[in-house]
Write a protein that binds this ligand. Structure first.
Ligand code: G1P
Length: 277
């Protein structure tokens, strides 16, 4: 609902707020496409039709930009929602992440799929790439994790490892706990909003009862799968930006601008000027 970004989100969904020249949601879609995903399912609220408008064709706009001679931008605009398949599913009430994923059941169908939470932006698609490989090898679900200082774990799903971290960052999962108090957390490896899951999770979601915060938690549905095994975690080696709060969003915007060849020099200059001034 974007409450931490009010009043900005009163009229504009957070997912469309710009990271440089790109709406935040496009960054996570690019990550998915980079890892070979071909069908994007967006679980949306009926109150945010602007998100759907972003994916609609706009031939007039493309032609206008082409007439101005900017073919690169025109191609980029024309490709949105054309070069991959987008389906919308709706969650009518905010009943939790498990419920949101359950709303996508029909659109996803009976095959492995990734869940990607757009509040968490990653520097590239390397984590999802590796998670896909691990899931294909084991036939089981995979979560993306990173280590954080202990005092932060209570805001996240936390991993209980059943063994050591392999050289390529894979950990066998013993259990998962949603937002435990820091002193009860089984580790400081947190779930960072990237999951590669097998479709039997949808049956577990239907069996969910309210968990932490009174919500239907995806973490709780995964526990049932973990108990059956195999279930793995992969430690992310790329940058992570938590855009759930305005400063984190700004951090992501600056980092992506510094990596964009068209914006990096200008961004560097304004930052240097601000910090020294
Ligand atoms: C959700 C998940 C949590 C995960 C987090 C990552 O929590 O429930 O397990 O660690 O995303 O950002 P939320 O931030 O929606 O409360």
């Amino acid at each position: 609902m974007g409450t931490r970004f009010l009043p900005a989100t009163k009229a504009v969904p957070k997912e469309l707020m710009p990271i440089g020249d790109t709406p935040a949601i496009q960054i996570i879609i690019d990550e998915a496409l980079g890892a070979g995903v071909e069908h994007i399912v967006i679980v949306n609220s009926r109150n945010k039709p602007a998100i759907e408008r972003y994916f609609e064709r706009d031939d007039e706009l493309v032609e206008m930009i082409r007439a101005k001679g900017d073919d690169r931008l025109a191609d980029r605009l024309a490709g949105i929602g054309r070069d991959w398949r987008v389906t919308f599913a709706y969650q009518d009430k905010p009943r939790g992440l498990g419920h949101a994923v359950g709303c996508a059941r029909q659109a996803v169908g009976n095959e492995p799929f990734a869940v990607m939470l757009p509040d968490e932006l990653l520097g590239d698609c390397s984590l999802l790439d590796q998670m896909n490989v691990v899931s294909a090898d084991t036939g089981g679900g995979v979560v993306g994790v990173t280590q954080v200082p202990r005092e932060l774990v209570s805001s996240y799903g936390v991993l209980a490892p059943s063994g050591p971290v392999s050289d390529d960052g894979v950990i066998a999962v013993e259990d998962l706990v949603e937002k435990p108090p820091a002193d009860e957390a089984p580790s400081n490896y947190i779930l960072i909003g990237r999951y590669v899951l097998t479709p039997d999770v949808f049956d577990e979601i239907e069996r969910l009862t309210p968990g932490r915060g009174g919500e239907l938690q995806l973490t709780d549905a995964l526990r049932a799968q973990v108990a059956r095994g195999p279930f793995s975690a992969v430690v992310s080696r790329t940058d992570r930006y938590d855009t759930g709060n305005p400063v984190g969003f700004l951090d992501a915007a600056i980092a992506f601008a510094l990596r964009n060849p068209e914006m990096s020099d200008g961004t560097r200059a304004v930052l240097a000027n601000r910090v020294s001034g």
